[in-house]
Design a protein around this ligand. Structure first.
Ligand code: NAI
Ligand code: MG
Length: 512
């Protein structure tokens, strides 16, 4: 879930540089941002929760409350599912043709683009990511995602299949129905787009539960969707907590499919709930512990730049973070020296001041978790070369941290840290590194840095991961499928592959 400045502007590029805020946006005052919508969005209207309860959403840069947001629970999920069901079965959505859905998705993309500045501000306020990242990466990728799936809306089709006998056999790729979607806090707007794009293009209706840490932008986008003409009930947003609203959605008997992004252990709960209720379809995009492998024959400066971005981007809160960085022995010392100098120079501070590259972690809980991993690294005998502490006493800022002398069995080498903590390990041979890289329950992404084509291709084949980057990192595109091997998930988002997650195949056989 990342991109480069170049990519965000002009399509694919492997050049990894940190985006720079537009001159006129270099200083934004976060105090001046007002949050327009704080109720849940059900059946085309903003409504209070049935219980009347609300919860606080915090500004992670200060720890202060931004606002109260309606807190959804089972009763609200029920209402949202009813609205979505009605829109799917009998509302205007059920009769809408692909080209009309495409037009709406394009209009939503236009509306998001027109409100890019406001949305980027809200995203940074709620999540803590630098405003320049929200503006230059998250928002453009979101707009592209909606335009890409708008392009598919009138191209979702089956096949005519020759079968034995005098029959006409064809398939229809039909929408699944009411789709529940649960997303995390690390890329709130972009994850919404990854979920809504294919679901709506295929003709489903959706009930989205944003993460409790970052509910604001989904509500703003729901309003935009309503304004551009999505019929009531097609899009519903119910903010709330995981064990309540999230569990109600994944166990709902009238939800036909659940799409989830988040922690692997939560993914198991979601899948269990799906299995124990109505066997709803499940797609999961879960955690990772991605190996990033640098061979001695690589362009070292490019590898350093890519590995630095691939770990520290988004405060290290990326499912694909290259948190197991393996460097070939002969260049190890030089690499570590350069990377450490770079990490030491990383500027951490106010997300709304373009002078800073790194903002706070999303919450106190996440900050504490990251600091806990740093402690465990030290206790288990890894050597910390820089960082290790909190920055300041306001907000949830963590220093960019680098460990060496890390052993595979240490917690920091095995578990998803989701923070600015890099482990740089040494390797000698290709066979050895293939085995070590794959020795994990995860399989989300991997990267290889080498100038040798044979080596690059051999590694790409051998690595058990949903995405392998060669001489680049964090290159994402709406057209490129994304998802995990092993315990990193089930199914693929984005690209044509995403359509299979949001359609049922119907076989029709007609006697001639
Ligand atoms: P989480 O997996 O608990 O939360 C993600 C979403 O799932 C949120 O919307 C949450 O409300 C919902 N959820 C939580 N429990 C649920 C349940 N029982 N049923 C249905 N939905 C539920 O992740 P959390 O606790 O926010 O972060 C903890 C760790 O998870 C992070 O430190 C990181 O390691 C990992 N994570 C991975 C992400 C990824 O993109 N792969 C994204 C966010 C977190
Ligand atoms: Mg928040």
């Amino acid at each position: 879930m990342a991109a480069t400045k170049t990519q965000a502007k002009a399509g694919n590029s492997a050049k990894l540089t940190r985006p720079v805020a537009n001159g006129k946006h270099a200083k934004v005052s976060s105090g001046a941002i007002s949050v327009p919508y704080q109720k849940m969005f059900i059946g085309g209207r903003f409504v209070d929760s049935v219980s009347g309860k609300t919860f606080e959403t915090l500004n992670p840069a200060t720890g202060n409350v931004i606002c109260q947001v309606a807190e959804g629970d089972k009763a609200d999920i029920d209402l949202a599912v009813k609205a979505a069901r009605k829109a799917f079965e009998s509302g205007p959505w059920s009769k809408m043709h692909g080209p009309d859905r495409a037009r709406l998705l394009n209009k939503l993309a236009d509306a998001i683009e027109a409100n890019r500045e406001e949305l980027a501000k809200l995203e940074s306020l709620d999540n803590g990511k630098p405003y320049s990242d929200s503006f230059n990466i998250d928002l453009p990728l979101t707009v592209k995602c909606f335009r890409y799936f708008a392009g598919w809306a009138d191209k979702v089709m089956g096949k005519t299949i020759p079968i034995e006998g005098d029959f006409l056999c064809y398939t229809r790729h039909e929408p699944i129905g009411v789709v529940g979607q649960i997303i995390p806090w690390n890329f709130p707007i972009l994850m919404l787009a990854w979920k809504w794009g294919p679901a709506l293009a295929c003709g489903n209706t959706v009930v989205l539960k944003p993460a409790e840490q970052t509910p604001i932008t989904a509500l703003r986008i729901a309003k935009l969707a309503h304004e551009v003409g999505f019929p009531a009930g097609v899009i519903n947003v119910v903010p709330g907590y995981g064990p309540t609203a999230g569990a109600a959605l994944s166990s709902h008997m009238d939800v036909d499919k659940i799409g989830f992004t988040g922690e692997t252990t939560t993914g198991k709960l979601v899948m269990t709930a799906a299995a124990q209720s109505n066997l709803k379809r499940v797609s999961l995009e879960l955690g990772g512990k991605s190996p990033n492998i640098v061979f001695a024959d690589a362009d070292i400066d490019a590898a350093i730049e890519g590995a630095y971005f691939g770990l520290f981007f988004n405060q290290g809160q990326c499912c694909v973070a290259g948190s197991r960085l393996y460097v070939e022995e002969s260049i190890y010392d030089e690499f570590v020296k350069k990377m450490t100098a770079k990490a030491k120079s990383r500027k951490v501070g106010d997300p709304f001041d373009a002078a800073f590259e790194q903002g706070p972690q999303v919450s106190q809980e996440q900050m504490d978790k990251v600091l806990g991993y740093i402690d465990s690294g030290k206790k288990e005998g890894a050597k910390m070369l820089t960082g290790g502490g909190r920055v300041g006493s306001n907000g949830y800022f963590v220093e960019p941290t680098i460990f060496v002398d890390v052993k595979e069995e240490m917690k920091i080498a095995r578990e998803e840290i989701f923070g600015p903590v890099m482990s740089i390990m040494k390797f000698k041979h290709m066979d050895e590194i293939i085995e070590r890289a794959n020795k994990t329950m995860f399989g989300l992404a991997a990267a290889v840095w080498t100038k040798d084509v044979k080596k690059a291709l051999r590694m790409s084949n051998a690595l058990k991961a949903g995405t392998v980057w060669v001489n680049c990192y964090d290159v994402f595109d709406a057209a490129a499928p994304f998802g995990g091997f092993k315990m990193s998930g089930i199914g693929r988002e984005m690209g044509e592959y995403a359509l299979t997650q949001y359609t049922e195949v119907k076989t029709v056989i007609v006697a001639m």
